[in-house]
Design a protein. Structure first.
Length: 229
């Protein structure tokens, strides 16, 4: 199983770019809270089922039906008719364990509030779910193995890409140096390389790349104007 992990994106972006004029969220990030609750609830139920030995195969069944399986876009037989389409979203709500889920949810809380401050809940939803789909596209196009992919980080890298895109627009308009943007992108790339090595190749970097590119493009479509105040 391949894991889509979002470690350190929030810290990297907060330290490296001028993204928001406020440390705390101005708009209430209710959708961010809802997504965190859903992902936490799903992993919590799976953990409880395993701990109490109520359904030993529940996690495997959930992955089989909700994970991202690239083979379904080729000649594999789906478990249900819509699976080759729904997996572009369902994979982002599943995780490989408590640590994987916790890291991604902390990152979602950090980056999600910044995006909501910039474009509101509807803009956040378009960016988040669009990047999630982009992460699936990236994985389908570039991954070669048969293993399923789970995790929210395709979407999280989309949020990171969107925030960097807006930071680029803001800095370019103000005629400020673009070095922090390049530095943040380089740090994200380096983190992917290190995690890929540390996880023995089980990191879904293809989903990260697809989500990042989708997030960058979508962000400039959702809010192309500079925020320079």
């Amino acid at each position: 199983m391949l894991l889509s992990s979002g470690a350190a994106q929030g810290h990297c972006l907060r330290m490296s770019t001028r993204i928001s004029s406020s440390e705390f969220s101005i708009r209430k990030p209710w959708l961010v809270i809802f997504l965190i609750a859903v992902c936490t609830g799903i992993e919590g139920l799976l953990q409880l089922a395993e701990f109490l030995d109520l359904a030993p195969r529940l996690r495997a069944t959930v992955y089989e039906n909700g994970g991202f399986w690239s083979g379904l876009l080729r000649n594999w037989q789906p478990n249900y008719a819509a699976q080759p389409y729904t997996m572009f979203l369902t994979y982002g709500f599943l995780h490989g364990g408590l640590v994987h889920m916790a890291v991604n949810m902390l990152t979602l809380w950090s980056l999600g509030r910044e995006v909501v401050d910039r474009v509101g809940s509807w803009g956040f939803a378009l960016l988040y779910f669009g990047a999630m789909i982009g992460g699936g596209v990236g994985h389908a196009a570039l991954a070669t193995g048969p293993a399923p992919m789970v995790g929210a980080s395709g979407a999280l890298f989309g949020l990171a890409g969107g925030l960097l895109a807006w930071a680029y627009v803001d800095r370019y308009t103000l005629q400020e140096t673009l070095w922090p943007i390049l530095r943040a992108a380089a740090i994200l790339a380096a983190l992917n390389l290190v995690l890929w090595w540390a996880m023995d190749g089980l990191l879904a970097w293809q989903a990260h790349l697809g989500g990042f590119v989708a997030g960058w493009v979508l962000a400039l479509l959702i809010d192309p104007r500079p925020h320079t105040e």
